[in-house]
Design a protein around this ligand. Sequence first.
Ligand code: MN9
Length: 289
Amino acid sequence: MDKFKGIFPALLTPFNKNGEINEKELKKLVRFNLEKGATGFYVGGSTAEAFLLSTQERKKVMEIVRDCADSATLLAHVGSVNEREAIELGEYASRLGYDAVSSVAPFYYKFSFEEIRNYYFRVADASKLPMLVYHFPAFSGVNMGVKEISQFLSDERFIGIKYTSNDFFTMERCKTAFPNKLVYNGYDEMFLAGLSMGADGGIGSTYNFMADKFVKIKKLFEKNKMTEAQALQQEANGIISVLCSIGVMQAEKEVLNQLGFDFGICRKPFGEPTEEQKKLIAEKIIPLL
Ligand code: MN9
C-alpha cells in the first residue's frame, strides 16, 4: 500500500500552437515532478481537461505518462458520463500497466445512487484494476455521505477515495471506518487539514509546480512539527489564492510557461489569462517557487 501513499500531481495537459497534445512537454513535466519528490501521478483527471479530450487523446495521455514515469505509481482517471468510454479507458489503463483506475461519478443526468454505484462496479470489473472513487461534489453535482461512500470502501475492488470536499467530518468518518483504505486529500489549500483528519496523501493540480512544498508539509506533519507545516501551507495558499482569482488551470499553465515550459493554453471554452494576470503570476507566484 505504501506506493499509494504520498503526493500525486494531477497532471495538466500541454497543448501546442495547433491545440494538439504536446508529448515532449508532458514528459518534461513528469520528470520535473519526479525530481521534486512526487510519489506518482493522477493521469487524465479534471486538471488534464479530460472532458475536453477525445477518447483517443485520453489514451494518448496515458501512454505518454506510462512511457516516462519509470516506477512511479500511476492512477488513471477514466471517468466519463458515457460509461462505454469509461470502460474502454479502464481496460486500456489495465493493458498499459497502470496501478489503479479512478472515476468521477457520472454527472449531468442526475443519476440515482444505484445507477452510480452500478457504473462504478462495472468500470472496476472491466479494468480489473483497483478502483479509486473520485468524490468531487462541487463539480460533479453528486453528493455522497458516509453511507454511500461505505458501499464502495467496504468492497474489495475499491482501494480508496480521492476526496475533494471541505466536509472533513465525512472524510474522517470514512477513514476511521475503513482504516485500510486510502483517502487522498483533494483541495490542496486544505491539505494539512486533510492530513489531520486521516488523509494518506494528496492528489492535486497545484502540485504540478509545487509538489515539493506538499512533500515537505506531509513530512513535517508526520514529525509532529505543526507550526512549520502550517507556515508552508500558508505559503502555498498565498499562491493558490492568486490561481483561484484567475482560473486555476488557466493560471497553472501560465505558471509552467513562466518556469520555462511550453504548456500553451487551456482548450476552449476556457479563456486565456490577460497580460495583467500574467504579470500577477510573475510577481506573486514565481518568486515563491
Ligand atoms: O482535485 C483539484 N481540483 C481541480 C483537486 O483541479 C478541479 C485541486 O487541486 C484544486 O485545483 C486546487 C485549487 O482549488 O485545490
